[in-house]
Design a protein around this ligand. Structure first.
Ligand code: OOG
Ligand code: MG
Length: 256
């Protein structure tokens, strides 16, 4: 299987909302580096169809998430403009395979960030805003089950994200302590704090910039960075009402 055939397979799985077997079943020697090339081919296919790269996501940056999926290395994927969903909106589950939601902290940049040795100070200087967020993930693999190279190739299960409006840029010290409560149909399913992400989710941005720099890439002004799921993810199906409560706002949506 070539990179482009693998990318097309995953692209079709997403479009047809039909899961596929893990790539590593057919391609057992697939390594993370190859998987990132498949991910790049997937990005190229999306851009060729008119979508626009609007940022990146870090994944498996908390112990809870690593346990959730049984993979214990951090990964990154890309975000497209078409992935953004708005607060209080509706998510049509018939366009997904087996969606899940997870609470995250997002950072939006005002200036470019690039460098293998970028520092936390440089990241802080480049911030436009730091907001509560959530990510909608949807593995294109059967049973939401995968190995490290599989999930990298599948753009780290990315399919949607929602950004809040409370900006913590001038209160960065408080970010690790912001409690989050995730509810489904009024019941609490997960609780956590952003400290679960390396003690401070901004360190996830440092990690991302350093990793992208190795590939000659940087973060551009206006780009969104999702720093990684704070708790295990929560499944949802048609009819569910999801609420993610943060100290100053609630991110909510209904699954239709
Ligand atoms: C992989 C994506 C991980 C996160 O925030 O840790 C991720 C998955 O859980 O399917 O988005
Ligand atoms: Mg995530």
């Amino acid at each position: 299987m070539t990179h482009s055939i693998a990318a097309t397979k995953l692209r079709e799985a997403k479009k047809n909302h039909t899961p596929v077997a893990q790539l590593t079943k057919e391609w057992p020697e697939l390594k993370a580096e190859d998987a990132y090339q498949i991910q790049s081919a997937l990005l190229e296919l999306s851009v060729a169809e008119g979508d626009v790269l609007c940022g990146y996501k870090m994944g498996l940056t908390s112990k809870a998430k690593q346990k959730d999926v049984g993979v214990d290395e951090t990964i990154h994927g890309f975000l497209l403009e078409s992935y953004e969903v708005h607060k209080g909106g509706t998510i049509d589950v018939s366009t997904k395979i087996h969606p899940r939601v997870e609470p995250e902290i997002a950072v939006v940049l005002k200036t470019r960030l690039f460098g293998k040795f970028v520092t936390l100070r440089e990241v802080i200087a480049a911030i436009d805003c730091v907001v509560p967020a959530c990510e909608i993930i949807d593995s294109r693999y059967e049973n939401f089950s995968f190995t490290l190279p599989d999930v990298i190739a599948d753009n780290t299960s990315a399919t949607g994200f929602m950004l809040g409006r409370s900006d913590y840029k001038n209160r960065l010290d408080e970010v690790p302590f912001l409690g989050v409560i995730m509810k489904k149909n009024g019941e609490i399913v997960e609780t956590g704090a952003p400290a679960a992400i390396f003690g401070d989710p901004l360190l996830s941005v440092v990690d991302l910039v350093r990793t992208l720099a190795v590939r000659g890439k940087g973060l551009e002004p206006g780009m969104v960075v999702l720093t990684g799921g704070i708790t295990a993810s929560m499944t949802f199906t048609k009819g569910d009402v999801i609420e993610i409560l943060w100290p100053n706002e609630t991110l909510s949506f209904r699954a239709s």
